[in-house]
Write a protein that binds this ligand. Structure first.
Ligand code: ZN
Length: 290
């Protein structure tokens, strides 16, 4: 039995909520590189993982979303790549304290392959170095998340597979009237089929839209492949208020979609931008009432 199948043996797992917005609440300035805090403010980063595990998260992520060679080099942090990724896994492991699995986050490079500034080989190298660093630090699985481009996701997946860890690939469906396409125009069906064919262990949707949009997207991912589905919705769309970003959805409204998402086939359920430990507690409460 695969590791993912074992972990899901007792039913779907509740994951964590947002990291970026939680770190901002702890003082990370808007626009600063969150991943640098693994070295500068490890206690604050650890508190995020600890609060999620305490709230009932069975999976917590790592603060390594931007810790690939291309993004770090641009921020002048290329020399700290190995250290930032290692610290990210170790910090989440300490915060989880045996209560949750640690899945390591790998985000997009932020560059478009079609613009031609970087070659596919450079993307592969960036993802490969990060994936190896996260695996060496002891991550339980790798999560390639917030992807828009199927080609970039395939390069990341191919770079992550040689670690031998389960690899989940999750896309942001944030475009179109129903928010059911990625920025590059891919549908849930295209993503599910392509990721299954490329050897992903699970496929998912995160970020981009509020939770009500995720019910049909989850169902479409589930119907188009045989993989477990990973779901992390935003707490609604971001709004600027007095220089800070706020999200309109309450934890109760978010968690009121628990049953519909389970029915639509979610195997992992948590929150993306704007969600907090309160949202995870609400999801756990909804599960206990289901
Ligand atoms: Zn998000």
């Amino acid at each position: 039995m695969s590791k993912l199948a074992q972990w899901l043996g007792n039913g779907p797992l509740i994951t964590d909520g947002a990291w970026g917005t939680q770190l901002q609440a702890l003082g990370l300035p808007l626009g600063a590189m969150p991943d640098a805090w693994n070295l500068e403010q490890p206690e604050r980063v650890e508190s995020v993982a600890r609060l999620y595990a305490g709230a009932g998260s069975q999976v917590v992520l790592t603060n390594t979303f931007r810790a690939n060679g291309i993004t770090l080099a641009e921020a002048g942090l290329g020399a700290q790549l190995a250290e930032i990724n290692r610290a990210g896994v170790e910090i989440s492991r300490r915060g989880a304290a045996g209560r949750a699995l640690v899945f390591a986050s790998i985000g997009p490079t932020g560059k478009m392959l079609m613009e031609g500034d970087f070659t596919p080989e450079q993307f592969t190298e960036a993802f490969s170095v990060q994936a190896q660093a996260l695996a060496a630090a002891g991550a339980d699985a790798l999560l390639i998340e917030t992807m828009s481009d199927i080609e970039e996701a395939k390069l990341a997946l191919a770079a992550a597979k040689p670690t031998g860890l389960p690899v989940i690939v999750s896309f942001a469906f944030d475009t179109g009237k129903n928010k059911d396409r990625t920025m590059m125009g891919s549908t849930p069906e295209m993503v599910a089929r392509e990721m299954e064919a490329a050897g992903a262990d699970a496929v998912g949707a995160n970020c981009g839209a509020g939770v009500e949009r995720f019910v049909p997207v989850c169902q479409r991912l589930k119907d188009a492949c045989s993989l477990p589905v990973w779901i992390k919705a935003n707490a609604g769309l971001p709004e600027m208020k007095d220089g800070t970003v706020t999200y309109g959805t309450s934890a109760e409204y978010f968690a009121s979609h628990y049953a519909a998402l389970m029915e639509a086939g979610a195997s992992f359920l948590g929150g993306c931008c704007g969600t907090s430990p309160e949202f995870i507690r609400a999801l756990c409460a909804a599960r206990s009432q289901a």
